[in-house]
Write a protein that binds this ligand. Structure first.
Ligand SMILES: [Zn+2]
Length: 143
């Protein structure tokens, strides 16, 4: 917890880290949204897992996603679940990526009044930090 804080980074709740997760965040740090792609059946497993959710194979490569998708659900949180870390209300969206996986994220410059089912969005990365340090968080903006 001795990490210095930077005013240009948004503070966020702690990420999941460890096997698989570290690879995901490393790709995000390079500005690439990559998900686990099974070396055996070729399907994409998301969220991060140690074995393919379709066939159980444990060997993956990291397939780059297009970064495009559409909003299929959303929720505005009014309760301060993170002790002031996130200004309330804050929006969470469920994005169906072009490649199929459902990805939970935050919208950028999309208000609750503007948001629509099926709204096309594209990924971008914002500088954030948690107790483990700085990282790039994938978020989505109207495309
Ligand atoms: Zn598989």
């Amino acid at each position: 917890m001795s990490q210095s804080t930077s005013p240009s980074r948004e503070k966020r709740p702690d990420r999941a880290l460890g096997a698989g997760h570290d690879d995901f965040w490393a790709w995000c740090g390079k500005g690439e949204l990559r998900l686990q792609h099974c070396a055996d059946c070729g399907k994409i497993t998301w969220p991060v897992a140690l074995a393919c959710e379709y066939c159980g194979h444990t060997s993956f490569d990291w397939k780059r996603m297009s970064g495009r998708g559409k909003i299929v659900s959303w929720c505005s949180f009014e309760r301060d679940y993170y002790a002031g870390l996130l200004p309330i209300p804050w929006m969470t969206i469920l994005v169906e990526l072009e490649e199929g996986p459902l990805f939970i994220s935050n919208p950028v410059d999309i208000t609750e009044q503007d948001i629509r089912f099926g709204m096309p969005v594209a990924v971008e990365f914002i500088a954030c930090e948690d107790s483990a340090g700085g990282f790039s968080l994938p978020v989505f903006r109207a495309a």
